[in-house]
Design a protein around this ligand. Structure first.
Ligand SMILES: Nc1nc2c(ncn2[C@@H]2O[C@H](COP(=O)(O)OP(=O)(O)OP(=O)(O)O)[C@@H](O)[C@H]2O)c(=O)[nH]1
Ligand SMILES: [Mg+2]
Length: 392
């Protein structure tokens, strides 16, 4: 499917930049427009693929290009104030040619966390195309303010978008590596998963059309209905030869005809299980997912309808959902078969419960602080009265 991507804040900009690189590398052609918005000038300068005139610096009069320092209320305020500037970049997008908007942001900081929900609200008011969010949760070692920002931003963002796709940095931290060092690898993981999902609806030139190819409307239908989504992924290397493998040369068989379909079916079904039961972009219980979409990507001869059908049924059983779609995405030259499982409308998410708890506690603390200061005030007043009384 064709997307207009808007990266808000540093993480958002870097991930959209990475999507452009992925497009160039794989010929996927998902990103039809890419805009980066930030309050920090240096972050915008550091991008490589987003064109200069689509990098929008906001809040210059307030923060002089230095970022908002994790103040997400300020981030939201600036986004509201400078929406005209952002809109002029969006005006350059031929919106009727895209299937949807995707707003990408790290939810722990200030600019993306505050601005992304404001952006979503704005786009929803103007356009009829779906507006999706890709929200990145901070690592739990990043500190209180990041967690609190994420908790607040998440609650608003999920209500403003048509679907919030989530990636949790905390679940993807490499051992022995600080998350800063790991961002490049992590961003690679992000674009690989979302790239296959969004690429599935696009038939590239010169590609054979498969018997049960996934259409972008299937991605859209799976995401419609809102809520939170997570993605599972698994891949296996396969031999990809245009001249015929060793076996076919030895036996003289035509490679596709003599191909072991039972092995293909088994590979597909086990890849589906690995994807759904392995590490999800946002770890959660898959039981109770409202909708799901299964995409099998790889060289045509390694995909078959039977495997996908079995995988689809298995996901139905595991999720209890009656709305599980599935199909393939012929993708040659990669040397692997990959299974992507999109689970939409997931509800049992430990990390989100944890974040909500933090937000509630912070709210209680706020009340406590207010109560304390009120008590103090009362005491002060009382002391004053006592003093006055003792005077007489
Ligand atoms: N996956 C991923 N996460 C990132 C990356 N950079 C930052 N993050 C995460 O995103 C959160 C927000 O950081 P930034 O994107 O730098 O924040 P910002 O939106 O620019 O806001 P301010 O810097 O406060 O103005 C952090 O807490 C990290 O968890 C990245 O390249 N990849
Ligand atoms: Mg920043």
């Amino acid at each position: 499917m064709k997307l207009a991507m808007i990266g808000f804040g540093q993480a958002g900009g870097k991930i959209v930049d990475k999507f452009l690189e992925y497009d160039k590398r794989t010929g996927s052609d998902i990103v039809r427009a890419a805009v980066a918005v930030n309050t920090a000038k240096a972050d915008l300068m550091g991008l490589e693929h987003i064109s200069m005139d689509q990098r929008i610096l906001i809040g210059q009069s307030r923060v002089k290009g230095h970022g908002v320092g994790a103040d997400n209320e300020l981030g939201a305020e600036i986004a509201e104030q400078d929406m005209d500037e952002i809109q002029s970049a969006v005006d350059a997008i031929r919106v009727h040619e895209v299937d949807a908007f995707l707003i990408v942001a790290g939810l722990g900081g200030g600019t993306g966390s505050g601005g992304a929900p404001v952006m979503a609200k704005h786009l929803k008011r103007i356009y009829t195309e779906p507006v999706y969010g890709l929200g990145v949760l901070p690592g739990s070692d990043e500190g209180g303010i990041y967690t609190l920002n994420a908790a607040r931003s998440f609650q608003t963002f999920v209500r403003k978008v048509d679907n919030l796709l989530v990636f949790d940095n905390d679940a993807w931290r490499q051992t022995g590596e600080s998350i800063g060092e790991g961002y490049d690898d992590i961003n690679e993981e992000i674009v690989q998963r979302f790239g296959i999902l969004f690429g599935a609806g696009e038939i590239r030139e010169g590609q054979e059309v498969a018997e049960s190819v996934v259409d972008s409307s299937e991605v859209i239908n799976t995401l419609s209905g809102g809520g939170v989504s997570t993605i599972g992924y698994a891949q296996e290397e396969v031999e990809e030869t245009s001249t015929g493998g060793l076996l076919s040369r030895l036996t003289g068989e035509d490679e596709t005809e003599g191909f072991d379909t039972a092995a293909t079916t088994n590979r597909v079904t086990s890849l589906v299980r690995k994807a759904a039961l392995g590490r999800l972009t946002l770890p959660c219980e898959i039981d109770g997912s409202e909708r799901a979409l299964l995409v099998l990507a790889g060289p045509q001869k390694y995909l078959n309808r039977k495997g996908i059908e079995r995988g689809r049924k298995w996901i139905e059983e595991q999720t209890g959902s009656m709305e599980v779609r599935g199909g393939d995405y012929p993708y040659s030259g990669s040397g692997f078969v990959a299974s992507v499982v999109l689970l939409s409308g997931v509800t049992n998410i430990p990390r989100i419960k944890e974040l909500q708890q933090v937000a509630i506690e912070a709210q209680d603390n706020l009340d406590e602080i207010r109560e304390e200061s009120e008590e103090n005030l009362e005491e002060l007043v009382k002391d004053d009265e006592d003093e006055l009384e003792s005077l007489f």
